[in-house]
Design a protein around this ligand. Structure first.
Ligand SMILES: Cc1ncc(COP(=O)(O)O)c(C=O)c1O
Length: 415
């Protein structure tokens, strides 16, 4: 078998997730992954292990405490390797929304009256509202609007918005409604030519493949770990050269020990340690599918990302095609995933039924989904969609099956 022919072993994948055997969840086709994902056994084990034997204050000399501290450091270390960051460039916070508020507060020092901050109308509110607060520093907020005809954020439009006063650009790597993957690398290139700091929201991107932050050359990047098969935490990456100059927002005596100075307090210890389980799961997947030894963690992740993408194309493209061809439904975003240019996060509305109505019908057919604006209400407003009723969103992860794809299509056919 050549490398190119290797397919994700979906039975093996699903055997790692207890939810697929659990009496409450096992009969459901789960299509709410953009809301939050299931966790593999390794994550549950790490959490249990911490709570059972090392649930003490970490970093003292006695073994329970020493091991607790070592595992907390290990979790950060492994995650930094998985996304190609240094281990002092990573912060673990309660959620992406919290991370971005904390970051915008820290970046205030770069803002003078009259400076400009660019936000998009394709983003989730988490990467808009914190930057609007910079108005208090005298910043003018500029909106980069997506093109209504193809629903994409056009870099040519961004070019027109940039001025010598632009200091910050907050942009999503992938829309949680439209599903498009934005070319963050090119966006960063353009921004950096103009000395602009870029904050990338990777929440809808990372579940489909961990990012390589150095390759993207993004200044800050955040994603929610509870959507990447972990507990309810979120990761914030920042370039060391910027992080070390940010003001201390933690206890006064911690001054200078970045990145601990950015968050006003530490992370949830047990959940942090359970992140080791995500790493273990990915390495298990690598060992199950590939023979090549001696690869770096980053390269193993890259191979797994590619396996995920191929599988996700296979299970999402039939749904995209089906929705695109239904005359009474309007699919948002691209109607096919080609080369990872779209996430399998699929939103649509109907000409005849409300989104609430459709999602309720889908639930009756054991399709776990919902209707909402998913906090990207500016995006929905721009599209002229009722933000109360929102869209129906079918969001998939690598553990969804082709059988579930067929389930959702036959349920849509019925209703
Ligand atoms: C694209 C996007 N960004 C940000 C967030 C906010 O994440 P959190 O719930 O971790 O604050 C979400 C949550 O759904 C999201 O989908």
């Amino acid at each position: 078998m050549t490398l190119e022919n290797i397919k994700l072993d979906i039975d093996y994948v699903r055997s790692q997730f207890p939810a697929f055997k659990d009496p409450l969840s096992k009969d459901w086709s789960f299509f709410e992954n953009a809301g939050g994902s299931y966790v593999p056994q390794n994550v549950i084990e790490k959490l249990t292990e911490f709570m059972t034997s090392t649930k003490v204050q970490p970093y003292a000399k006695y073994p329970m405490s020493k091991i607790a501290g070592e595992n907390m450091d290990l979790a950060t270390d492994l995650f930094s390797k998985m996304i190609n960051a240094k281990n002092n460039e990573i912060l673990i916070g309660g959620s992406t929304s919290i991370n971005l508020y904390v970051l915008s507060n820290a970046l205030k020092k770069y803002i003078n009256p009259g400076d400009e901050v660019i936000v998009t109308n394709q983003d989730h509110e988490a990467n808009i509202s914190p930057w609007l607060r910079l108005k208090e520093q005298g910043a003018n907020i500029v909106q980069w609007k997506f093109n209504l005809s193809n629903q994409e954020l056009e870099i040519s439009d961004l070019e027109k918005l940039i001025t010598s006063k632009t200091k910050i650009l907050a942009v999503t790597h992938c829309s949680n409604i439209i599903g498009s993957v934005n070319n963050l690398k090119d966006i960063c290139k353009l921004a950096h030519k103009n000395n602009i700091i870029v904050i990338g929201d990777g929440v809808s991107y990372a579940p489909h493949g961990f990012p390589n932050v150095k390759e993207l050359d993004v200044d800050f990047y955040t994603f929610s770990l509870y959507k990447t098969y972990g507990p309810h935490l979120a990761l914030l990456y920042g370039k060391e050269e910027i992080l070390k100059d940010l003001p201390n927002q933690n206890h006064e005596f911690l001054n200078g020990i970045y990145p601990y100075t950015i968050n006003p307090g530490g992370p949830n210890h047990e959940e942090l340690v359970s992140l080791i389980g995500i790493y273990e799961y990915f390495i298990k997947l690598y060992d199950h599918h590939f023979k090549e030894k001696g690869l770096s963690i980053l390269n193993k992740i890259k191979k797994i990302n590619n396996l995920f993408s191929k599988h996700e194309e296979h299970i999402a493209n039939p749904i995209l095609k089906y929705l695109h061809e239904r005359k009474d439904l309007k699919l948002l975003g691209k109607n096919k995933i080609i080369n990872k240019d779209r996430a399998p996060t699929i939103s649509f509305i109907s000409n005849v039924k409300t989104s609430k109505n459709i999602s309720e019908e889908l639930v009756k057919n054991k399709i776990a989904t919902r209707n909402d604006n998913f906090y990207a209400w500016r995006c929905l407003e721009h599209l002229g969609i009722n933000t109360e009723d929102g869209v129906v969103r079918l969001s998939m992860a690598h553990y969804n099956t082709y059988h579930e794809t067929k389930n959702v299509i036959s349920a849509l056919e019925k209703i």
